[in-house]
Design a binder for this molecule. Structure first.
Ligand SMILES: Cc1cc2nc3c(=O)[nH]c(=O)nc-3n(C[C@H](O)[C@H](O)[C@H](O)COP(=O)(O)O)c2cc1C
Length: 160
């Protein structure tokens, strides 16, 4: 299967990866083949757009995406730039955090048409559990930044 994927990667413009959700994570066989492909075909994937799709029955879809590749600290320190350890691609899971959304809706019901105004504040727990890395050239250290931020979402819906 690896040889076949490698062959097909030669002519692709982009990549879409899909997986069923198995115990709040992607399918294990898919992770195994992706590890193998990322390890040795990164030249064929570089700068190409990619998207991923997860299908679940009940829950665990977002944690399926909440995976990251660890930093290769030795190479990062040698090259003074963040280098990921692609031999362990997506092997780590972000820390689960308690988070929530607040939503205020105002709906005007009419016989034929209803209007709904809504203000949502997503991510009110502020911490997302996600993080990213930056290389600080002045201190020559890897800096881990926590992902934060409340996301406001304003919408207007029409119901016929
Ligand atoms: C081993 C296993 C674990 C699963 N875990 C989850 C889960 O954590 N959450 C969920 O919503 N669905 C779960 N499902 C349901 C799958 O997501 C669902 O079957 C899948 O999206 C459809 O793909 P399939 O045709 O390969 O089963 C699980 C299914 C299997 C077989």
């Amino acid at each position: 299967m690896y040889e076949e994927i490698r062959e097909n990667l030669q002519d692709i413009d982009g990549l879409i990866v899909g997986s069923p959700v198995y115990y709040a994570g992607p399918n294990g066989s898919l992770c195994a083949i992706l590890d193998r492909v990322f390890y040795s075909c990164s030249d064929l994937l570089k700068y190409k757009p990619a998207a991923s799709v997860a299908v679940c029955r009940r829950g665990g879809a977002s944690s399926t995406f909440d995976r990251y590749t660890p930093v290769d600290e030795q190479r990062t320190n040698e090259e003074h730039d963040i280098i990921f350890d692609e031999s362990k691609a997506f092997s780590k899971q972000f820390t689960p955090v308690l988070n929530g959304d607040i939503s205020v809706n105002y709906r005007i019901n009419k016989r034929k048409l209803s209007h709904e105004f809504s203000l949502k504040m997503l991510n009110v727990g502020i911490r997302t559990g996600m993080h990213f890395y930056q290389y600080n050239e002045k201190t020559n250290k890897i800096k881990k930044e926590e992902g934060t931020g409340i996301i406001p979402n304003v919408s207007y819906k029409l119901y016929f």
